[in-house]
Design a protein around this ligand. Structure first.
Ligand code: IMP
Length: 180
């Protein structure tokens, strides 16, 4: 097992690039099957989902669109409690089949607050694709329709996910080491 250091904390390898890519391809396959002829609109939540969204999108074999929205609800390792929309959505969702792309669903608060705003635009359907989910941390009712991995309630970085701005560039996912 290899480790990385970010802001003086140690993180150990948790999910390898190969394991991640295998799940990304599986999800892309399921989406390509479920959304055939529907020209879905993917909405990726920045910043954390940028790698997952890019890899997922590359493996789709159907016509699809993608747009990005930036929300912030996290500072350091604790949720700040506020969801702020920094970059708005320019696409019209009315009558569209929408797939939300998230890096990780932790407490579920971000999506719980954000989804009603999208539903207001009356999309035809709305599903959630998330690479990671921490079931033990979930505090808001939320159904994840396409999921890569269920993981324990421990802080992770890499593959787009950060710890105070660092760690997004790694191809593997790392977990905060015990005792740190
Ligand atoms: P939620 O609103 O609690 O579900 O948090 C969702 C957001 O918190 C994610 O999109 C991430 O940006 C961030 N987040 C939650 N857990 C982690 C983690 O373990 N590592 C890095 N970011 C995380």
């Amino acid at each position: 097992m290899s480790s990385i250091q970010l802001h003086g904390k140690t993180f150990d390898t948790y999910l390898s690039e190969a394991e991640i890519q295998q799940q990304v391809k599986r999800i892309a396959g399921e989406l390509s099957r479920d959304y055939k002829e529907k020209r879905p609109l993917f909405i990726a939540i920045l910043n954390g989902s940028f790698m997952f969204a890019a890899d997922l999108f590359k493996h789709l074999t159907i016509d699809a669109e993608i747009s990005f929205i930036k929300l912030a609800s996290y500072k350091g390792m604790k949720s700040s409690g506020n969801v702020i929309t920094a970059i708005g959505l320019e696409m019209d969702l009315f009558g569209r089949d929408v797939v939300i792309v998230e890096d990780i669903v932790d407490t579920g608060k971000t999506l719980h607050q954000f989804l009603p705003k999208l539903e207001h635009q009356q999309p035809k359907s709305m599903k959630i694709a998330s690479l990671l989910h921490k079931p033990e941390a979930l505090q808001y009712p939320l159904q994840i329709d396409y999921l890569g991995f269920s993981i324990p309630d421990k802080f992770v970085v890499g593959y787009g996910l950060d710890y105070d701005g660092l760690g997004r560039n790694y191809k593997d996912i790392y977990q905060l080491a015990l005792g740190f």
